[in-house]
Design a protein around this ligand. Structure first.
Ligand code: DSN
Length: 411
């Protein structure tokens, strides 16, 4: 229906939206940060709310005509507060990066020391990478993972004592183990630092009760809404009441202008969906599927960073086979599997090449994949890695991927 409307105005854009729909329907999505949001969320994001300017907060706006968006934004805030058990939620950040930027603006001054996980060990750009604002305006101390792919909390505590950061950041983009928020808070308290938990990847797992919550431990919690939470693309910041006014000011007018009320409506709907019992089952299945995929890959003689997963993702370590992440990501695309190249700890390759492939299960779990399907996916991946120069073999693997997609229709 919407596509017909677009077709009449702009057939070129319509053609590629249609092709993208087909791509999503016919390939196995293993990018750990992607998901398939509901039609209701997408409808809200494509609604008349896109027409409205609403700078400010609900009921305290700089523009008139905000009665309806006030209620919608308040609904999103209240749902986020209840689901994550926090005192305050700002649902306006356009992305996770902007959520993090706003927390930095509120809690830090340029030149302050921050401590976060190193990007090549699984951290995020905004946790202190030198090519990001966080690495340009702050003095960065990074922690990594040990040979088992785990955070060494004693090492983090030692670094904290040594460098006395003003803020410690926990949370990651590529970490397959449970994060000990309590321990992080103890470390932060030992030096009087703020603790920021960036739960962009695991927000859905936290809501579903399959990962501990940072609530009560972190001074600031940031998240995206489109990963395991399965909402529209966007961000949220949560904190206790004492920081609420400062955080709100840091978002607007600090780092953003007008909020995207159509996206905020999508966030409200996604948060309502996440409050249902089915979402808990979904979160549990994400983890079961990830464990099944890891086991399946290990059974096929593949190596996983840290040897197992405790959440929704894992990284294939390709060093043993003399393959690069870049090559294997392209091979996987040929067989109908989408994943991204990723560095492994102490990667000898550059971030553009890498020795790893990150694999995640939130999106396929939304489609309905179960453990036995993940086992088949593991076999397809292993065969693709080991027979990457056999065109006929790759064609057969693509057919097997397609069969799985047909078993679980999307949209
Ligand atoms: N780009 C996201 C991811 O893939 O994890 C992080 O922002």
């Amino acid at each position: 229906m919407e596509l017909d409307v677009i077709k009449q105005v702009d057939p070129q854009v319509a053609e590629y939206i249609e092709k993208e729909l087909k791509r999503q329907q016919t390939t196995i999505e293993l990018i750990a940060s992607e998901n398939f949001t509901s039609k209701a969320v997408m409808a809200a994001c494509g609604s008349v709310l896109t027409n409205k300017y609403a700078e400010g907060k609900p009921y305290k706006r700089f523009y008139n005509g905000c009665d309806n968006v006030d209620v919608i934004e308040e609904l999103a805030q209240e749902r986020a507060k209840k689901l994550f058990n926090v005192g305050h939620a700002n649902v306006q950040p356009h992305s996770g990066a902007q959520a993090n930027m706003a927390v930095f603006l509120y809690a830090l001054k340029a030149g302050d020391t921050i401590m976060g996980m190193d990007l090549s060990n699984g951290g995020h750009l905004t946790h202190g990478s030198p090519v990001n604002f966080s690495g340009m305006y702050f003095n960065v101390v990074s922690y990594g993972v040990d040979e088992n792919g785990c955070i060494n909390y004693d090492e983090v505590a030692k670094l904290a004592q040594q460098h006395k950061p003003k803020m410690i950041i926990c949370g990651a983009s590529n970490y397959s183990k449970i994060i000990d928020f309590k321990r992080f808070r103890e470390i932060a308290d030992s030096i009087g630092a703020y603790l920021m938990a960036d739960i962009a990847h695991i927000a859905g797992l936290v809501i579903g009760g399959v990962h501990p919550s940072p609530a009560g431990y972190a001074h600031f919690i940031t998240t995206t809404t489109h990963k395991s939470l399965r909402g529209p693309r966007g961000g949220i910041i949560m904190c206790e009441d004492e920081h609420a006014a400062g955080i709100d000011k840091a978002v607007f007018p600090g780092v953003q202008g007008g909020p995207l009320e159509h996206i905020i409506a999508g966030k409200a709907i996604a948060l309502l969906e996440a409050s249902k019992p089915e979402f808990k089952t979904y979160a549990e299945q994400i983890v079961k599927n990830a464990k099944a995929l890891a086991t399946g890959l290990i059974d096929e003689a593949m190596e996983i960073v840290g040897g197992c997963t405790e959440n929704h993702l894992m990284t294939l370590d390709l060093r043993k086979y003399n393959k690069t992440g870049k090559d294997i990501a392209n091979i996987l695309e040929k067989v109908g599997i989408t994943a991204n190249k990723n560095t492994v700890p102490n990667d000898p390759q550059s971030p553009f090449v890498t020795s790893g492939i990150r694999l995640g299960t939130p999106a396929v779990t939304t489609r309905g994949f179960k453990e036995e399907d993940m086992n088949e996916v593991a076999k397809i991946i292993a065969s693709a890695v080991f027979s990457s120069d056999n065109e006929l073999g790759l064609k057969n693997l693509k057919e097997r991927s397609f069969k799985l997609c047909l078993k679980y229709p999307l949209y």
